[in-house]
Design a protein around this ligand. Structure first.
Ligand code: GLN
Ligand code: ZN
Length: 770
C-alpha cells in the first residue's frame, strides 16, 4: 500500500477552542496551565484523528499557539533586542509571556515593547510574524518545542513526523532590520542550530522529518539556488537515521526542478494542485534513490478531490517509480481549510447538494487514504463504494443546474472592450462631475463605515436569533444612519456616506445577496493569532437576483442635499476573500462578480446615487507568487474592475479604495483601473507611499491619501494633518487631492471619530485657504 502523507493540520480546534483559550489567557481569566492543557488536548485529538484516518506520516510541531514562524524564531533564538527584558523568563518549553509579547506587544510592569511585524504567508490569508535579523545576528537553540511535541505524541502512542520550516525559507521570509548585509548570508550561523534540531529528533527516534522549503518552488536568485544542495547535505548528515522530506508547496518547481530533484534527501514533496502539470517532466528526472510525495489533495480549498483525476497522476508516478517510491498526500498543510464538514448542519445556508461537493480537513484525510487504497488495486467493497460516490459528486458538479447558469456564462463571454472602458477620458469626466457636484478643492470624505458599536452588532445578533423583528431592526439601522448623516453635515464633510451599519462584513454582506454563494457555520480558518475568518463559498455561477445596497443608500441620500456615496465591494476583493470554485478559471468567476456589481452600480445610478465607491483592498494580495504570472493576473483583475465600473454616465463619479498596499510595482495597473478617485492608506508612512503615485509615472486621476490612521484610537491634531497634506501637495498637484481617513471607521468609537473628523475638515479648510 502507498504511504500516506499529511503536511499539517489546523490547530484552532473544531470550534475555535484555541482561540477562546488564548483570549481567556490574555484577559487573565484562565491560568497558563489551563491554556497549556487546552493546547495539549487539541494536539492529541488531531493526532488521533489522523491516525484513525489511516495517515502514515502524521505531522508534529505543526501546532502553534499563535504562529509557527514565531515558534521557529524562538527555537533558533532570533529574538530582537527589544524583548531582552523578558528574556529571563525563557524556559525549555515556552515562556508564554515572551512568546505573546513578541506576537502582540507587551505593556506591563514598566515594560513597553511593540509586537513583531506581521505579513501574509505567501499568497494565503494566513499571517505570520516576520523574523527580524541584524547584521551580527547569532542563533542559539532556545526552545525544544519540536522535541517536546514529538515525545508527547509518542507517549500518546502515535509516531509522528516532525515538521520544520527549512533554513533557507526561514531566512528569506524574514527582514533585515539594518543595512550592510544580506539575510541569506546568515545561513552559516543558522545551520548549526538546525543540525542540533535534527540530531535531537533523530536521537529521540524520529523516522521522518519534514523540511518545508516553499521557496524551492518560487523565483529565487542564483546565490540562493547555489545554497540549496550544500545546505541539505548538512541537514541530511545531521539527521542520521531520520529520513528527510524536502517539501514544496503553493507552486510548481519549474526552473528549480533539477535542483530540487537532486537534493540529498529521502523524499521530495510536490504540490500537484497548484503545479498540476509538473509531473510529466519530473518523472523523467527522478533519481533512483528519491521517493516522490504527491500532493494531490488540496490544502488550500474546500472542494472534494476528483479521485479519477488524482488516480491518473498517482498511477503515472507508480508506473515510473514503483509503488514503494510514491506517497500520496495533501498539497500543502491543511491549516488553510476548516476542521470538519460534518459539523455543518444548516441546510438553508449550505444546501445538501452543495455540501456533497465539499471536503474539510478531516474529510481530506479520508481522501488521502482512499486514494492510497484505490491506487493499490486491492479495493475493498467500502472503498469501491466511496469511489463511486466520489465520481457521482464530481459528475453532479459538472452538470448541476444549481451551479451552471447558461445566461451568466454567456454574459461573461460577451464582454467587449467597450464594456471595460468609460465613455470619455478622465479629463472630460472630471469637468462633467465638477459641473454636477461643485465640490471645493481638497474635498473631504470618509471611506464608508462608521463605528459598529456594541449596539449595532447586538441588533444584528438579535435579529438573527428572532429577539427583534425585521421592522425593529430596520428602524434601528435607519436611526443610526440618519444621525450619521446629520453628524457629517455638522462636520461639514463634502461627500457623505451612509455608514454601512447594515453590514456584518464587506464580503459576506454581498455574498449573502448574490446567487452562487453558500455559507458555513463553523468553517473557520486561522488568519493570524487568535483571529479566524469564515470565508463564504462560491460554488456556482454568480449573479445578482435583486438590488443589494440601493435601499440604504437611497434612504441616506433622501436625508440630505449633499452627495452620499454608494458603497460596494469590488469583484477581485469578493473573490479573494471567499473560497473560490476550482472548476473554472478564477478570472471567469471574477468577471461574473464584476457583472453583478455593475448591475448594482447601474441601479444606484438610476436611484440618483451619482458617486459610487467600489472597494478593492485585496487587489494587490491576489498577485501570483511567480513573477511570470503576475502581469496576466493584473490584466484581468484591472479589467474586471473596469467592467464593474465603466458602463456609467460621465458625471457619475467612481471611487475606489485600497489599504495596506505597496503600490510601487503595480502603479500603472492601479492607474489603469481608471477610477475617478482612489483613496489609499498613506498616513503611517508619512505620505511616503504617495511617492509611487508621483515618481517617473504620474498618476493621472484624483487621489485621497489617508491623512490619519484609523487603526489607533489616537486623535490626530489639525496641525499634523495639515503637515501631511502639505507633504502630499508637494508630490501630487493640489487639484488632484482629496482629504479622508485611511480606511473605514467601523472599529473606532464615536468620540474619537468625531474629534478626528472635525480636525480633518479643519485641516482641509486650511489647505483650501492656502
Ligand atoms: N468601505 C469599507 C469600510 O469603510 C472599506 C474597508 C476596507 O478597506 N477594508 O469599512
Ligand atoms: Zn481600507
Amino acid at each position: 500500500m502507498l504511504i500516506t502523507n499529511n503536511l499539517g493540520y489546523p490547530r484552532v480546534g473544531p470550534f475555535r477552542e484555541l482561540k477562546k483559550a488564548n483570549e481567556a489567557y490574555w484577559a487573565k481569566k484562565i491560568s497558563a496551565e489551563e491554556l497549556l492543557q487546552t493546547a495539549k488536548e487539541i494536539r492529541e485529538a488531531n493526532w488521533k484523528t489522523q491516525k484513525d484516518a489511516g495517515i502514515d506520516l502524521i505531522p508534529s510541531n505543526d501546532f502553534s499557539f499563535y504562529d509557527q514562524v514565531l515558534d521557529l524564531s524562538l527555537t533558533v533564538g532570533a529574538i530582537p533586542a527589544r524583548y531582552a527584558s523578558l528574556l529571563s523568563k525563557i524556559d525549555n518549553n515556552y515562556s508564554l509571556d515572551l512568546y505573546f509579547a513578541m506576537a502582540r506587544g507587551f505593556q506591563q510592569d514598566g515594560i513597553d515593547v511593540t509586537a513583531s511585524e506581521m505579513t501574509k504567508w505567501f499568497d494565503t490569508n494566513y499571517h505570520y510574524m516576520v523574523p527580524e535579523f541584524i547584521k551580527d545576528q547569532t542563533f542559539k537553540l532556545t526552545s525544544e518545542k519540536f522535541l517536546n511535541e514529538y515525545n508527547e505524541a509518542k507517549a500518546a502512542g502515535i509516531e509522528t513526523k516532525p515538521v520544520i520550516i527549512g533554513p533557507i525559507t526561514y531566512l528569506l521570509i524574514g527582514k533585515e532590520k539594518e543595512s550592510g548585509f544580506e539575510r541569506i548570508d546568515l545561513i552559516e550561523n543558522l545551520l548549526p542550530v538546525y543540525e542540533q534540531i535534527l540530531s535531537k529528533l533523530a536521537e529521540a527516534g524520529a523516522k521522518y522529518i519534514q523540511i518545508d522549503e516553499p521557496y524551492l518552488a518560487l523565483d529565487i536568485d542564483a546565490k540562493t539556488k547555489a545554497l540549496y544542495t550544500s545546505v541539505f547535505a548538512r541537514l541530511n548528515a545531521a539527521a542520521g537515521n531520520a529520513k528527510l522530506i524536502a517539501t514544496t508547496y503553493f507552486e510548481a518547481l519549474k526552473d528549480n526542478e533539477d535542483l530540487a530533484l537532486g537534493l540529498p534527501v529521502h523524499a521530495l514533496h510536490l504540490d500537484l494542485v497548484r503545479g498540476e502539470n509538473q509531473l510529466d517532466t519530473v518523472l523523467t528526472k527522478v533519481p533512483s534513490t528519491l521517493t516522490l510525495s504527491l500532493g494531490v489533495v488540496e490544502g488550500r480549498n474546500i472542494w472534494k478531490n476528483d479521485y479519477e483525476k488524482s488516480l491518473t497522476k498517482i498511477q503515472q508516478a507508480v508506473d515510473a517509480l514503483g509503488a514503494d517510491r510514491v506517497w500520496v498526500g495533501t498539497s500543502s498543510s491543511l491549516l488553510h481549510v476548516p476542521f470538519d464538514l460534518d459539523s455543518e448542519k444548516n441546510e438553508e445556508t449550505l444546501p445538501a447538494e452543495v455540501k456533497n461537493w465539499l471536503a474539510f480537513a478531516k474529510q481530506k484525510l479520508a481522501e488521502v487514504k482512499d486514494l492510497a487504497i484505490l491506487a493499490d488495486g486491492e479495493i475493498d467493497a467500502a472503498t469501491a463504494q466511496r469511489y463511486e460516490a466520489n465520481k457521482a459528486a464530481a459528475e453532479s458538479r459538472r452538470t448541476s443546474p444549481l451551479i451552471h447558469k447558461p445566461e451568466v456564462k454567456e454574459r461573461v463571454s460577451n464582454i467587449t472592450d467597450e464594456d471595460a472602458r468609460r465613455t470619455s477620458p478622465f479629463a472630460a469626466r472630471k469637468t462633467a462631475q465638477q459641473a454636477k457636484f461643485n465640490l471645493p478643492a481638497f474635498a473631504t470624505t470618509t471611506i464608508g463605515s462608521f463605528p459598529q458599536t456594541k449596539d449595532v452588532r447586538k441588533w444584528r445578533a438579535d435579529l438573527k436569533k428572532g429577539i427583534i423583528t425585521q421592522a425593529e431592526y430596520d428602524k434601528a439601522i435607519a436611526e443610526e444612519t440618519e444621525s450619521t448623516i446629520r453628524l457629517q453635515e455638522e462636520l461639514d464633510i463634502d461627500v457623505l456616506v451612509h455608514g454601512e451599519f447594515e453590514r456584518n462584513d464587506m464580503v459576506e454582506y454581498f455574498g449573502e445577496q448574490l446567487a452562487g454563494y453558500a455559507f458555513t457555520q463553523y468553517g473557520w480558518v486561522q488568519s493570524y493569532g487568535s483571529r479566524c475568518v469564515k470565508p463564504p463559498v462560491i460554488y456556482g455561477d454568480v449573479y445578482r437576483p435583486a438590488d443589494m445596497t440601493v435601499r440604504w443608500s437611497s434612504y441616506a441620500q433622501s436625508l440630505t442635499n449633499r452627495p452620499v456615496k454608494g458603497m460596494l465591494t469590488g469583484p477581485v476583493t469578493i473573490l479573494q476573500w471567499s473560497f473560490v470554485r476550482n472548476d473554472q478559471p478564477r478570472e471567469t468567476t471574477t468577471y461574473q462578480i464584476a457583472l453583478a456589481i455593475l448591475d448594482e452600480v447601474q441601479a444606484l445610478e438610476k436611484a440618483g446615487i451619482k458617486i459610487i465607491q467600489i472597494d478593492e483592498p485585496a487587489i494587490r494580495e491576489g498577485l501570483p507568487l511567480r513573477k511570470a504570472d503576475q502581469q496576466n493576473y493584473l490584466n484581468w483583475a484591472v479589467r474586471s474592475f473596469r467592467v464593474s465600473s465603466s458602463n456609467v454616465d460621465d458625471d457619475t463619479q467612481i471611487h475606489t479604495h485600497m489599504c495596506y498596499s505597496e503600490f510601487n510595482n503595480v502603479i500603472k495597473d492601479i492607474a489603469a483601473m481608471d477610477a475617478d478617485v482612489i483613496t489609499i492608506e498613506t498616513s503611517r508612512s508619512q505620505m511616503k507611499l504617495l511617492n509611487a503615485f508621483a515618481g517617473d509615472f504620474k498618476y493621472p486621476n484624483d487621489i485621497g491619501p489617508g491623512v490619519y490612521d484609523i487603526h489607533s484610537p489616537r486623535v490626530p491634531s489639525t496641525d499634523e494633518m495639515v503637515d501631511l497634506l502639505r507633504k502630499a501637495k508637494d508630490v501630487v498637484p493640489a487639484a488632484q487631492l482629496w482629504v479622508n481617513p485611511d480606511c473605514g471607521l467601523k472599529t473606532r468609537a464615536w468620540p474619537e471619530t468625531k474629534a478626528a473628523l472635525e480636525a480633518m475638515v479643519e485641516a482641509a479648510k486650511i489647505l483650501r485657504a492656502e
